[in-house]
Write a protein that binds this ligand. Structure first.
Ligand code: ADP
Ligand code: MG
Length: 323
């Protein structure tokens, strides 16, 4: 018996069928990933069975041997609370802004009926998701944390009550590339340690490829391909899947050579971006000044900078990019 099993799921909203014929399984300790373009029905597929969208689900839905379709709303809430944890793309909207990290973690821990955790236990939960100075963090509010830190707090809260199934809907889409990898590695480690089953959703194959055991590809509310990840990626039969794979940059492949190496493809000189200062303060914000770059055939150019580096203090110049 699989930990989680969906058979022929259909989701309707306001009389419109938005998802159909979706079947999938998630095994304990393993990861099943759904990929597909935005709007292909991934979130409806993973959230509707738990009553977290306005949609109605039909088909068979079994979690830990319980048929969710035949349980009443109260029992469904109870199962959701005890057995599942959720991680979303935007931790700031999922975390409560006026509650400290510690208070939210305490609530999450106790949601399935566990005793009140000690401060030390709460700090350990933060340490487990890789947050330094965990004790201090317990008193902080979500807005004080960086995007990556918030995502770690959300993961800590999602698993605080030891669920069996973790549903992660685009958990890394709002993060920088390096943080993405860190968060995915953390989710892998938690899965292995706690035997969690994970249903992972992403619009981006590269984010899930090295982490998912099973891969499902969705397009327009239907599955177009399913199978072990390696097989789907190497023998993609569907044109749509091939396009998704082609859109994933691979560092081990040379760029296609359409013209001579070094031929100039793109050149920008002295690019500037200015904004009128909003509100009562007059003047202009020079967000970018004298930025120039060239890209030659077969070259790749990385534009690197911290968040906000295209936004120097007014009047200062932003450095041009260096290829
Ligand atoms: N609450 C809703 N009401 C009406 N349509 C919705 C609602 N939620 C999603 N949809 C539609 O269902 C389709 C699938 O949405 P969704 O599952 O959120 O896509 P994804 O997660 O793959 O980006 C989209 O066309 C979307 O517009
Ligand atoms: Mg979505």
């Amino acid at each position: 018996m699989s930990l989680y099993e969906i058979g022929n799921l259909a989701v309707d909203i306001a009389g419109k069928r938005l998802v159909q014929d979706v079947s999938l399984t998630v095994e304990a300790g393993q990861c099943t990933a759904i990929i597909g373009a935005s709007g292909s029905g991934k979130s409806l597929t993973c959230l509707t069975p738990f009553g977290l969208t306005p949609g109605t689900a039909s088909g068979s839905i079994k979690l830990d041997g319980v048929d969710l379709r035949t349980t009443d709303a109260r029992h469904l809430r109870d199962i959701r609370r005890r057995l599942t944890g959720f991680v979303f793309q935007q931790p700031l909207t999922a975390l409560t802004p006026h509650l400290s990290v510690g208070a939210q973690l305490q609530e999450a821990t106790m949601q399935a009926g566990a005793a009140r955790p000690s401060r030390r236990e709460l700090a350990q939960k933060l340490e487990r998701v890789g947050l330094a100075r965990a004790d201090e963090r317990l008193d902080q509010f979500p807005h004080r944390l960086s995007g990556g830190e918030r995502q770690r707090v959300m993961i800590a809260a999602a698993i605080a009550h030891h669920p069996k199934l973790l549903i992660a809907d685009e958990p890394t889409s709002a993060l920088d590339a390096s943080l993405r990898q860190e968060i995915m590695d953390l989710l892998d480690a938690l899965r292995a340690e706690q035997g969690l089953g994970m249903l992972l959703v992403s619009h981006d194959l590269a984010s899930v490829e090295g982490h998912a055991d099973q891969l499902l590809v969705m397009e327009k509310g239907r599955l177009v391909e399913t199978g072990p990840t390696r097989e789907v990626v190497s023998h993609a039969a569907e044109d749509y899947t091939r396009r998704l794979i082609a859109a994933t940059p691979r560092l081990d492949e040379a760029a296609p050579k359409l013209s001579q190496p070094g031929d100039l493809l793109l050149e920008t000189v002295d690019v500037g971006v200015e904004f009128r200062r909003p509100g009562w303060r007059r003047g202009t914000i020079h967000a970018v000044a004298e930025a120039g770059l060239t890209i030659g055939q077969g070259e790749s150019l990385a534009l690197v900078g911290g968040s906000g580096s295209g936004n120097p203090r007014s009047g200062e110049r932003s450095p041009a990019s260096v290829p």
